[in-house]
Design a protein around this ligand. Structure first.
Ligand code: IMP
Length: 429
């Protein structure tokens, strides 16, 4: 049975919620493999709207949810989110949610450091979600993290906290921020332990069993390829690998488990936070896209920056993300615009480049090279087949396919689940 991996192909917020929900309804297990509660998925099911940050989307469909070891878990945020969705009637229990026992924890000192460092960066701040994601990943790689399994071992917590606090309090004090006391943190962790540990297990074993049983697994990416710590617009990125290859290390499965890799992209571009965005339209066009597309962050409520579709960037995401099919969302936001532009490359100084170069200064200077394409006057909203689309809208989609060198296998034409044109079933073998 085929598995499916879904990742963002731009800078996040591509409208993953709807597509992930549809895929989750057809999967047996849904797995998060990177990121943390910086992600935000809005799922509209019946008359309920679920806002998920850390929980795998499949829980809304009654599917087993797995949080892999590649995720950084804030136990307080996790319990709060469980409480919120339970209040909406969802069943979240150790039967429906399993969390990798080797996943690192996000503690209050991580958010404090995230905030203190962003403040110190001033105009060069990254625009993080302030959730402590970066500092938590740093601790994992530096071998200082406290992991979920440590909650079961007070004697381990004791010396792990010493090491952690030595590092963090030194930094926090240097940045002029309040420091943390060991006794208070220890008490917090010991109080959280009985609430978190029932969900913990070696999830690699469960996923190996699921594979043996022929279960369909959906790997649910968070953020997107252009925020990948290696392949994104560094340093204006998140702190995890967001590409499909990360499913293996981030969930404890082999790379073959990825199955079909679906990338999600909007029919235009948005970005939250700072960093290069060559096709940004900081003008009437951008404001029009933002208003029509309701471009406000799910997690932070920040207005998103908006611009034209950048095919050069998505083509790069297709290659480095191993994307085999593209789900194009929010085509209806472009309805009624007389002329559209697609970014096809970059100009820096006198030179024209097919891809964004890696240097931060070069990226900031890159001017997009555009291809102009006529818009359409009819509506694509709610279309459920290609026959429902204006001819010019079909041309736009076809041109995107050519430029990004990847077929559009799914087209979403409104937030409604059924307003989708499916060209290829990603779960088909
Ligand atoms: P962090 O992940 O909180 O460290 O933030 C780093 C960058 O990634 C910032 O520009 C954030 O705005 C961005 N980011 C993190 N998570 C998301 C997301 O789910 N959608 C869009 N942008 C995100």
């Amino acid at each position: 049975m085929a598995n499916v991996t879904i990742i963002g192909a731009q800078w996040g917020d591509e409208g993953k919620g709807k597509v992930v929900d549809w895929l989750a309804s057809r999967a047996d297990v849904v797995v998060r493999f990177q990121g943390g509660h910086n992600a935000g998925h809005t799922l509209v099911v019946g008359n309920q709207t679920y806002k998920l940050s850390l929980l795998p989307s499949g829980l809304v469909r009654g599917k087993l949810g797995v949080i892999g070891n590649g995720v950084v878990v804030d136990p307080v945020a996790l319990l709060a989110e469980i409480g919120r969705v339970r209040a909406q009637g969802l069943n979240v229990s150790p039967e429906t949610l399993r969390i990798a026992d080797n996943a690192p924890l996000i503690l209050p000192l991580h958010a404090a450091l995230d905030a203190a460092r962003e403040a110190a960066r001033g105009a060069r701040r990254i625009g993080t979600t302030g959730r402590g994601i970066g500092p938590a990943y740093e601790d994992k790689v530096a071998r200082r993290a406290i992991r979920i399994c440590d909650l079961a071992e007070p004697e381990t917590l004791d010396w792990r906290l010493d090491e952690l606090l030595l590092h963090h309090n030194t930094l926090l004090a240097g940045l002029g921020a309040p420091t943390f006391g060991k006794a208070e943190l220890m008490d917090q962790l010991l109080a959280l332990a009985p609430q978190i540990l029932p969900f913990a297990e070696p999830v690699w074993e469960r996923l190996a069993e699921a594979k043996k049983a022929g279960a369909r697994i959906l790997f649910e990416g968070a953020q997107a390829v252009m925020l990948d710590v290696d392949h994104g617009t560094y340093p204006f990125v998140t702190s995890s690998n967001t590409v499909s290859g990360q499913i293996a290390a981030g969930a404890g499965v082999g790379p073959d488990a990825a199955g079909r890799v679906l990338g999600i992209a909007k029919a235009y571009s948005t970005r939250v936070g700072s960093g290069p965005f060559p096709t940004e339209q900081d003008n009437e066009i951008g404001r029009h896209l933002g208003e029509r597309g309701h471009e406000f962050g799910t997690v932070t409520g920040r207005a998103r920056r908006c611009g034209w579709f950048d095919a050069a960037l998505v083509r790069q995401a297709v290659k480095v993300g191993g994307i085999q099919g593209l789900a194009l969302t929010k085509l209806d936001v472009l309805d009624g615009m007389t002329t559209l532009q697609i970014g096809v490359g970059y100009r820096i100084g006198g030179e024209t480049l097919p891809h964004l170069p890696p240097g931060a200064a070069a990226q900031a200077k890159a001017e997009p090279v555009y291809e102009t394409i006529e818009g359409w006057s009819g509506s694509t909203r709610g279309a459920r087949s290609y026959a429902d689309l204006p001819a010019q809208a079909i041309k736009y989609v076809r041109r995107i396919e050519e430029l990004v060198e990847c077929p559009v296998t799914l087209l979403s034409t409104s937030p409604e689940r059924d307003d989708t044109i499916l060209m290829q079933d990603p779960f088909a073998d």
